[in-house]
Design a protein around this ligand. Structure first.
Ligand SMILES: Nc1nc2c(ncn2[C@@H]2O[C@H](COP(=O)(O)OP(=O)(O)OP(=O)(O)O)[C@@H](O)[C@H]2O)c(=O)[nH]1
Ligand SMILES: [Zn+2]
Length: 321
C-alpha cells in the first residue's frame, strides 16, 4: 500500500495498519519491512485500523534485484509454499526465461512449471521434453484454462498453503485462477495473440484469500525483467555445470581452449546444451556484478561508520576543551 501503510488480512476483515515506532527503529534495512506474505502480530486501534508490533520470522522469501543502479534486495513475497512459474505455449515459451525465474528463489520454495494455453499448441510434449532434458526433477503441469484441463495442478491449492504466480503479462495467470474457482479472483485483460503482446492488467501486488479454505494466493505484477539476486540456494539450478567444471583438468579452466575440459566435452557430446551453458555464464556474470556492488556498498557503510566515530571522538574532545 502507500508509504508506511499496510493492509492486514485477518480471518474476518481487512485492516489498514501502521508499524509501531519501536519496531520501525529496529528495522535496519528495506528488506526487513513488512512484505506481502508476512505474518504479523497486531493490535486494533479502531474498527479499520491496526498497529503492527512484530513481524514473525520468515520461512522463505522470493526476491529480485531492484532495477536501476542501486543494488538492494527487493522482496517480492514471503512465506511461500509453491511458486507457479507460468509460461504460455507460444512465443512466450523460453528456457532462458525459465532459468531466470528459477535462479531468483530461495531453495525451500517449490517451483512448479505451468505451461499454459495448451489448447493453442499442437505439440505440448515437445516443450515438456525440452525442460525435462535440463531439469528432470521439476514438476511440470500443462494446462488449458479454456478447456478446463488443470485438475492435478488445482490440488496444490489447499488449506494454509500460499501460492505465488509469476510469469509475463498475458500468459494467462488470472484466467487460470479465475477458472479454478469459478470466480473473478484476479482481473483478466486482453492480449493480442498475433503479436503475443500482453496488456498489463494486474496493477498492484495482491494477496488473496481463496474461497472454501483453499489457502492464499499472491499475485505479483507480470515480472518481465527478473534480475538475478544472489541466493546460494538459487545457484542450485546450475549444480550440474559446477560439478562438471570440477572435472576439468585445470582448476582455473576457462572452458575455452584448455585440454581435457569437461564442460567442452559435455557440450560436444550433447550431455550439456550450449544454450544452457551460455545462460549460466550470463547469469553468473550478473551475479558477480551484484556481489561486487554489494561489497562496495558495505565498504561505503563501513567508511561512513569510521568517519562518524572519528567525528564523535572529535566532538568529545571539543566538549572536554
Ligand atoms: N487460448 C487460450 N487463451 C487463454 C488461456 N488462458 C488465458 N487466455 C487468454 O490470454 C489472455 C491473457 O490472460 P490473463 O489471464 O489476463 O493473463 P495474465 O497472465 O493474468 O496477465 P497479467 O494480468 O497482465 O499479468 C486473455 O485474453 C485470456 O483469454 C487458455 O488456456 N487458452
Ligand atoms: Zn573446462
Amino acid at each position: 500500500m502507500g508509504k508506511n501503510q499496510y493492509k492486514i488480512l485477518t480471518e474476518s476483515e481487512e485492516l489498514t495498519a501502521y508499524i509501531k515506532g519501536s519496531l520501525r527503529y529496529s528495522l535496519t534495512d528495506f528488506a526487513s519491512f513488512p512484505t506481502v506474505g508476512d505474518w504479523v502480530i497486531y493490535q486494533k486501534i479502531d474498527n479499520n485500523h491496526a498497529m503492527i508490533f512484530e513481524i514473525l520470522s520468515r520461512k522463505n522469501k522470493i526476491s529480485r534485484k531492484v532495477s536501476g543502479l542501486k543494488v538492494e534486495e527487493q522482496i517480492l513475497a514471503t512465506n511461500v509454499d509453491y511458486v507457479l512459474i507460468c509460461l504460455s505455449l507460444n512465443e512466450n515459451f523460453n528456457l532462458n526465461r525459465l532459468e531466470r525465474y528459477l535462479f531468483a528463489f530461495d531453495s525451500d520454495v517449490k517451483p512448479i512449471i505451468v505451461l499454459t494455453k495448451k489448447d493453442l499448441c499442437e505439440d505440448p510434449e515437445k516443450y515438456v521434453e525440452q525442460i525435462r532434458k535440463d531439469y528432470p526433477d521439476l514438476r511440470i503441469e500443462v494446462v488449458s484454462a479454456i478447456n478446463r484441463e488443470f485438475q492435478s495442478l488445482k490440488k496444490i491449492f489447499s488449506k494454509g498453503t500460499t501460492c505465488v504466480l509469476i510469469g509475463s503479462s498475458g500468459v494467462g495467470k488470472s484466467t487460470l485462477v479465475n477458472t479454478f474457482f469459478d470466480k473473478e479472483i484476479l482481473r483478466t485483460g486482453s492480449i493480442y495473440e498475433k503479436t503475443s503482446k500482453g496488456k498489463h492488467t494486474t496493477t498492484a501486488r495482491q494477496l488473496v484469500v481463496l474461497p472454501n479454505n483453499q489457502g492464499y494466493l499472491i499475485d505479483t505484477p507480470g515480472i518481465r525483467e527478473l534480475s538475478v539476486w544472489d541466493t546460494d540456494e538459487g545457484e542450485d539450478s546450475f549444480k550440474d555445470i559446477r560439478e562438471l567444471a570440477k572435472q576439468c583438468r585445470f582448476k582455473n579452466c576457462h572452458h575455452i581452449s584448455e585440454p581435457d575440459c569437461a564442460i567442452k566435452k559435455a557440450i560436444e557430446t550433447g550431455k550439456l546444451s550450449r544454450r544452457r551453458y551460455e545462460n549460466y555464464l550470463k547469469l553468473h556474470s550478473e551475479e558477480e556484478y551484484i556481489k561486487k556492488e554489494k561489497g562496495y556498498q558495505k565498504n561505503q557503510i563501513r567508511n561512513k561508520k569510521i568517519r562518524e566515530r572519528e567525528n564523535a571522538k572529535k566532538a568529545r574532545r571539543l566538549i572536554k576543551k
